[in-house]
Design a protein around this ligand. Sequence first.
Ligand code: ATP
Ligand code: MG
Length: 423
Amino acid sequence: MAIQRPKGTQDLLPGIIEQWQYLEETIRSVCREYGYEEIRTPMFEATELFQRGVGQTTDIVKKEMYTFQDKGDRSMTLRPELTASVCRAYVEDKLYGQPQPVKLYYIGPMFRYERPQSGRFRQFHQFGVEVLGADQPIVDAEVISLVWNLYKRLGLSGLEVHVNSVGCPVCRARHREQLQEFLISRKKDLCNDCQERFDRNPLRILDCKNPSCQEVTVGAPTTRDTLCEDCSTHFEKVLAILGRAGVVYRVNPRLVRGLDYYTKTAFEVMVEEIGAQSAICGGGRYDKLVEEIGGPATPGIGFAMGIERVLAALQVQNKLPEEKPKQFAMLIALGEKAQIEGFALVTALRSKGMPVGMDLLGRSLKNQLKSANRQGASLAFILGEEELDRNVLVIRDLTSGEQMEVPLNDAVEEIFMKYQRGV
Ligand code: ATP
Ligand code: MG
């Protein structure tokens, strides 16, 4: 049997890839407007980076990582997310020595060993941003508004921006106590994972997708109820700045990011229409993370957005741009000599930046014309033995059928002028 691609991966073929390019270009222009610069880090890192940076108790580290020993017997992991890598680069490449804050974005593949299903892949792609070195509420607002503006630029509607504050280690200790007190009598109704979380990290129980756990936690004390003054003021300021800027959000006290190095603002964007996997973006502040991986104490905030899920939303809402014709013009050459001359002409036009195609299969005139039409060309340049003898090139307008002749020696200039005029 022919070899197949691994489960949970995709081949992105022409016809689809244009959608990806459109989305990526839109992302890049919004990032440019907000002053974020691109960072590219390795596809794999030392396993320890993700154990520390994502957290031992998360699903990602517990069951989803692609980990392997390399030939030097080091444990390596294909990156399951990029926040930890970006923080590593911030420390290793001494970005803390540059003017702060450092505002970065990335687009690229991530790898998680998950059960493949609609909207869930083993190699998927994320766009994300990270801002390091600034702790002001306005930074949180900027990051959320970047997401908001991107969705508006893409023409998406019906998105819900959920925001919450998970507080800092001080208020979280208080919340933890109250939460355990609330849950203790109903601990047996929690799923196995949550029973385990009860002592280690009860906050994450609020985030469990299991319906019985969700029922148990109805009315549980939220992080917002226990915020200290500093965290509470920070959160109110974020909300005020967002509101004034026209970002529509909903405070969702159940939204959490359950690790010690996540602090204050947490947010998520959902869109119902794309099915069960409705979260298209998740993010938040992580003021303790850079320290956790061995760097200087540095506040940070960011988000990661699932590219496949944004494309799914664009698809359902019919917001993907129409495909454009691929070729502007085709050269049609008949005979070996004409092919050589034609190839030189096409090469000269291409080097000026004009897209031109030509036959590569030795087809007949009729079939070359057919193929030019199929590829959406609006012009054909025809060069046969007879044209060569007379030193001319025929230019045919494929829409109107009109044609004219130009001297072969002037053809490149003539055609290029036409191209620039858009005819
Ligand atoms: P989920 O609850 O869907 O598993 P998550 O909490 O694991 O999401 P994050 O780690 O916050 O997700 O990643 C941010 C975004 O990346 C998600 O909102 C989602 O859009 C996308 N994403 C995460 N895992 C996958 C996957 N396996 N396939 C496709 N997209 C994914
Ligand atoms: Mg997940």
